[in-house]
Design a protein around this ligand. Structure first.
Ligand code: E4P
Length: 217
């Protein structure tokens, strides 16, 4: 499973990159607002940190406007994935861009039907929002399982990019289902390291080691 940092904050992206676990980055307009940075400059800086896909989202709602914005965004770096919403104009744009060799991340997916048509439009990534589904009383992970089954039935190459991740178990459950990518805030990936028995084990080993009076090297 690939790990994408779901943030536009450069220090957070660097923190995940330092662990060796970073495979890409996703941004959206809300994350850009939260970072306080200039959109284009921020994406340009992210491209100096990772050669993995960097999702940059269009704002236009019509096909021509999306194509114009995509033209600007894809010039930033070779590894930009244009993020489009799951609408008729978004999927038309997806088809045009992917036919031209540009990566496209179709975002705001909340149903298996939407995931099916995004794959038919040639999406490189589909972004189902599991946390936002959980928030309104649905089971986000059921959607991931449905999409996995549909994509496998037809050998679609669209990668399932689990988005709106709220806790480490979302990542574990998505991995059990066979999702291709999880995008999450860096702090959630860092929580994957945590287990009290690991901390207790290190403390016990250090105590015993000190008692031996030995040193390595
Ligand atoms: C990423 O591509 C999505 O935009 C993001 O994961 C949404 O997360 P949220 O539901 O926490 O805003």
């Amino acid at each position: 499973m690939k790990f994408f940092a779901d943030t536009a904050v450069i220090s957070e992206i660097r923190e995940l990159a330092d662990t060796g676990l970073l495979d890409g980055v996703t941004t959206n307009p809300s994350l850009i607002k939260k970072s306080g940075g200039d959109f284009i400059e921020t994406v340009r800086e992210i491209a100096t940190i990772t050669s993995g896909p960097i999702s940059a989202e269009v704002i236009a709602l019509d096909h021509d406007g999306m194509m114009r914005e995509a033209e600007v965004l894809r010039k930033i770096a070779d590894n930009i994935a244009i993020k489009v919403p799951l609408t008729p104009a978004g999927l038309k744009t997806c088809k045009a861009l992917t036919s031209d060799g540009t990566m496209v991340n179709v975002t705001l997916c909340f149903s298996a039907a939407q995931a099916l048509i995004a794959a038919k439009a040639g999406a490189s990534f589909i972004s189902p929002f599991v946390g936002r589904l959980d928030d309104v009383g649905f089971n986000g992970m059921d959607l991931i399982a449905d999409i996995r089954m549909i994509y496998d039935n037809y050998d679609f190459s669209t990668e399932i990019l689990v988005a709106s991740v709220r806790h480490p178990m979302h990542i574990v459950e998505a991995a059990k289902i066979g999702a291709d990518v999880c995008t999450a805030p860096t702090k959630i990936f860092m929580q994957l390291f945590n287990h009290p028995s690991t901390d207790a084990g290190i403390a016990a080993f250090l105590k015993d080691w000190e008692a031996t009076g030995q040193a390595i090297g």
